[in-house]
Write a protein that binds this ligand. Structure first.
Ligand SMILES: [Zn+2]
Length: 216
């Protein structure tokens, strides 16, 4: 069995363990060469067996499975076609993030891992119907300049140059949401200043940490 199937199974479990999706929500995929492997529709992400990930030819759209792929297949393929370096797409439904973005709370850098893992720019997309061309168009447009996209009243799309990087971004965005929530509840939250963000971006050690994430 391909290594990519083993990894997707492993990270599908992690995503559920961390509470980033519940029930049959969310969908994840990874790319290898001209093929994309997607979660099947209606499955809980922690119950997908290695052989059940759905192989699709990115160029032709041919599906090599009897199962039906996630209804967000169009969005996943659209992202891979848009950005050559993306190797994984994780779409999750993290509860604290969804609550905050839907209430209009801004997600801006305010701790070092926010800057290095998520980046400066986290676009917010107004609600669109899931599973169709509308969401594909909206996400693909923003993914050119972002690693994480926030979908109002819906969830998050995080991409990475590896499965681990897409997973880490999914995790850190929800961690950020929890911290933002606590900050708002207990006082007036102070975000990092532009100069502080630049200093974090220029740390040599961060280049090393980022390169590790991309390799796995
Ligand atoms: Zn969704």
């Amino acid at each position: 069995m391909e290594e990519i199937r083993r990894k997707l199974t492993e990270y599908g479990r992690k995503i559920v363990e961390k509470g980033l999706v519940a029930g049959p929500g969310g969908n994840i995929s990874a790319r290898e060469g001209e093929f994309v492997y997607l979660s099947p529709s209606g499955f809980f992400l922690d119950e997908i067996k290695e052989e059940e990930w759905i192989k699709v030819n990115l160029k032709t759209g041919e599906i090599y499975s009897d199962l039906r792929p996630t209804c967000e297949i169009s969005m996943h393929l659209g992202i891979y076609l848009e950005k050559e370096n993306i190797k994984a797409v994780f779409h999750t439904h993290p509860p604290v993030t969804i609550g905050l973005i839907s209430a209009g709370v801004k997600f801006k850098p305010f701790f070092p891992d926010f800057v290095t893992v998520l980046g400066r720019n986290l676009p917010v997309i107004e609600y669109v119907t899931p599973g169709g061309e509308e969401i594909r168009k909206a996400v693909v447009k923003e993914i050119k300049n972002a690693n994480v996209i926030l979908l109002k009243n819906h969830g998050v799309v995080a991409v990475g140059e590896s499965i681990k990087e897409a997973y880490t971004r999914s995790l850190i965005v929800e961690e950020a949401a929890k911290s933002i929530f606590v900050g708002i509840l207990t006082g007036k939250i102070k975000y990092l200043k532009k100069k502080q963000i630049e200093q974090i971006e220029n740390l040599e050690v961060e280049d090393y940490r980022k390169s590790l994430l991309k390799k796995q």
